[in-house]
Design a protein around this ligand. Structure first.
Ligand code: GLC
Ligand code: CA
Length: 538
């Protein structure tokens, strides 16, 4: 059989946030054996690749995105043998597994940092970024990006929490150590990586160039040549600060540096521009559509994009852009609009059963470091408690980190022990067991959508044309491949609407969330209606 080097273009990726997926040993914390026990659930959904958020040894200041040892598994998640067993079981089922690679920074408990801070002359001093004076660069989580260290009387740089010191990629020895570590994992048989905030590694702190810094291409090239080249793997670079054009460049050519990129053009459209993620504004659907249009056009036939709305940093999409009242309808609509486009689909755990965001009463129940820090900062700025909580309800990363809702047992079948982060009380109504048995469930719909996507090359190669551009409530586009055309439509309205499809000559509905609606030239569609319709016209 000919080897398909671009298998990842056709793959559906499922992201697991290990802390919250499935607990296997009743300590209230999700773990590797828990994941292994749920592989059939993922296979049945149509998943090809599993992306594991970090399971390395970590003090969990940022839930594992602060790594203390890259080659050890944190005991709360299990052992290296558990990990090897998981990889084996994933492969047995014809799936693949990619790990999260957090190499912009480490934990302050990493040996490198422990050594680095002992003296100005320690050989590891230069593995991190130390300066006599701080600059005005702020941390992503709030406050300054510089922390003073008494012992050596210098400041170290951390773009995230002060327990996540940034590595100094300009040090060649450091780079070699990182490459060796990466090769160890790849030799162990994993199938690639999701590279955490990898747009930052080429930074020049003194010039204040952070994302897409002057050395980014060089380091990515070196990383590629030393670790990725010639291997049958996929890589996806998380690049929040990169332009669409640059994302396209880095994934282009016969031998792209990265298989694909998470670019963030569509991520902040419900925020007041320049005010940060906590200052909310209602989504302007036209802006949303035109952003996706731009991305689709940029990547068409050049480079490769990934399709995501939710992840462990983003709020649950049903609560964000859909409707909790029309939960199942809007969950299906959002999936259809997103996965109808070109790119590799990413499903974030729980999205496939329409899990919602959470509204904990008190800030004390929240666990996310960013949420806790921003709460303090906004308080100090004089924000009212209710306004702070309103922003947190919309944007906190804990929205998507609550335990997976498997069934209606206590703690939603996630654990028998009180979980590390509270389960959403709506688990009595929203859980996988129920959703799978429901003919109208979200999971069966996802299964169907994934199947249709795999069976029809139009999703892989078809071009993209936005229609009804100025419509405030409908997102619709046409994909064309050879003689075939499909129209994808999604309503963002909680009201019925009438649409005129006559210019597009509708032929057949491939998939819809409302079977009571017959195909006509002029149709009255239900709230959050969605469909993929084969058409004959323009
Ligand atoms: C990425 C991760 C996020 C983490 C940050 C720092 O954005 O997705 O969870 O906090 O990097 O590692
Ligand atoms: Ca556990």
């Amino acid at each position: 059989m000919e080897k398909d080097i671009n298998w990842w273009k056709k793959a559906v990726v499922y992201q697991i946030y290990p802390l919250s997926f499935q607990d296997s040993n009743d300590d209230g914390i999700g773990d590797i054996n828990g994941i292994t026990s749920r592989l059939d659930y993922l296979k049945k959904l149509g998943v090809d690749v599993i992306w594991l958020s970090p399971v390395y040894r970590s003090p969990m200041d940022d839930n594992g995105y602060d790594i203390a040892n890259y080659l050890e598994i944190d005991p709360i998640f299990g052992t290296m043998d558990d990990m090897k067993h998981l990889i084996h079981e994933v492969h047995q089922r014809g799936m693949r597994l990619i790990m999260d690679l957090v190499i912009n920074h480490t934990s302050d408990e990493h040996d490198w940092f422990k050594e680095s801070k002992t003296s100005l002359h320690n050989p590891k001093r230069d593995y991190y970024i130390w300066r006599d004076q701080p600059s005005d660069i702020g941390s992503v989580f709030g406050g300054s990006a510089w922390t003073y260290d008494e012992q050596t009387k210098q400041y170290y740089f951390h773009l995230f929490s002060q327990r996540q010191p940034d590595l100094n990629w300009q040090n060649p020895h450091l780079r070699q150590e990182i490459y060796a570590m990466i090769n160890t994992w790849l030799d162990m048989g994993i199938d690639g990586f999701r590279l955490d905030v990898i747009d930052l590694i080429g930074k020049d702190i003194d010039e204040k160039k952070l994302s897409d810094g002057p050395y980014l291409n060089d380091y990515l090239q070196e990383l590629y040549d030393t670790c990725f080249k010639g291997r049958d793997i996929m890589t996806v670079g998380e690049m929040p600060g990169l332009s669409i054009k640059r994302a396209q460049e880095l994934t282009s050519g016969d031998d792209p540096l990265l298989s694909m990129i998470f670019q963030f053009a569509h991520i902040s459209l419900d925020e007041v521009p320049g005010e940060g993620k906590w200052a909310l504004k209602p989504l302007n659907l036209v802006e949303f559509k035109e952003t996706f249009e731009k991305v689709q056009h940029t990547f068409y036939q050049k480079g490769w994009n990934s399709l995501f709305l939710s992840n462990h940093d983003q709020p649950r999409v049903v609560s964000r852009y859909g409707s909790e009242l029309f939960r199942k309808e809007s969950a299906k609509m959002l999936a259809t609009i997103l996965y109808g486009m070109q790119g590799t689909p990413y499903v974030y755990q729980g999205e496939e059963i329409g899990m919602t965001g959470v509204k904990f009463k008190s800030i004390d129940v929240y666990k996310d470091i960013e949420t806790k820090q921003i709460y303090q900062i906004l308080k100090e700025k004089g924000w009212q408690e209710k306004d702070i909580m309103a922003s947190i309800y919309m944007k906190s990363r804990d929205n998507s980190r609550t335990p997976f809702q498997w069934n209606e047992e206590k703690y939603a079948g996630f654990s028998t022990h009180e979980p590390w982060l509270s389960v959403i009380p709506n688990y009595h109504d929203i859980h996988a067991e129920k959703d799978l048995q429901d003919a109208d469930g979200v999971y069966p719909y996802y299964q169907h959508l994934i199947k249709i996507r795999k069976e029809n090359e139009i999703f892989l190669h078809g071009d993209f044309k936005l229609i009804l551009r100025d419509h405030q409530k409908i997102f619709s586009y046409i994909r064309t491949y050879g003689h075939q055309k499909i129209l994808v439509i999604g309503s963002f309205s909680d009201q019925k609407m009438t649409i005129d499809l006559s210019p597009y000559q509708p032929i057949k509905i491939w998939l819809t969330n409302d079977h009571t609606i017959q195909l006509h030239d002029v149709m009255t569609i239900s709230p959050y209606y969605t469909a993929i319709i084969e058409i004959g016209g323009k």
